[in-house]
Design a protein around this ligand. Sequence first.
Ligand code: TXA
Ligand code: MG
Length: 345
Amino acid sequence: DTLISKIDVDNIDMEEIKKQAEILKAGDTVIFPTETVYGLGANALDEKAVSKIYEAKGRPSDNPLIVHIGDKKQIYNLVCDVPAKAEIVMEKFWPGPITIILKKKDIIPERTSGGLDTVAIRMPSNKIASALINEANIPIAAPSANISGRPSPTRGIHVYEQMNHRVSGIIMGNDCVYGLESTVLDLTGDIPTILRPGSITKEQLEKEIGYVQLDAALAKKEDNIKAKAPGMKYTHYSPNADVYIVDGEQSKVINKINQLTEENNAKNLKTCIICLKSNEKHYIGKTICLGETLDDVASNLFDALIQADKEKCDIIYSESFTNEGIGCAIMNRLLKSAGYKIINA
Ligand code: TXA
Ligand code: MG
């Protein structure tokens, strides 16, 4: 059965952390909060333990996992070489929401790296995550703790509802501060390349390490180009409802969504509108608010998609956001969840 621990980040119960760390040491799976999204963890150096992650998520096993460490120094045991730019990124942004890809040492099993000769490493800043990893004293492979294809969990209740009985342990902690998965930065080539945008932006990285490029696959509808981060090619972040992004001038977006909502009502289709708080009053249908700032939007987006499912709605319309800064990560996730369907208002 699943051991459930409720832990508050401001008053960490080390007895509960120890119990969950024992589960990890025994080669089983534990879900834990991080500052980005909840992760589904297991011993990264144990193939059998890692297999249990894929099983619990129902995920294709060619998808490589991020290895989480509790101390920067551990990276030297896991990768062949740490280039100067990696040292800078680790120094400036770790612990925090960025993952770096480097050539792996043999100690990392193929199961963890998805058969690649590289490995993704991240040191999370969430205090529950680091307490757990340090207590277990092993590197922890952890993808987002959702069933494959579904929105990533950012609240304790999301993992409890989706994953109870699918894993050996669950730590229900606080809401995730950032709410979108970490930036994935490939440092194996000549030019640092963002494979997945996240809260640490291209602009922030360029201040520290110079020119950074976005993987070409990010600009296009997936599938067109072979995505370098294998996980980027699958259906992602999809609620049951059909999602559309409505783009254009604000007043036109509002009119368009209201018109479509009326048409759906006539057809008995339940509609949910995902919007900024300040726009809520203009809509005639059921709304789910994302807050007001781009940081709010990032931290509430997956919760909004999960809420829309709970409402059993058939169609979701979302407002569109800027592509600048963290907007790049927001629009990346939103476009995927919409299957790239955009309505121009
Ligand atoms: O914020 C996060 O990164 C969360 C939390 C739990 O830390 N984890 C997470 O893991 O999002 P996951 O497995 O859902 O996403 C990992 C991403 C995938 O897109 C995967 O393809 C890519 O990182 N990735 C992992 N290892 C890679 C590698 N060696 N080369 C290229 N891409 C890699
Ligand atoms: Mg994921």
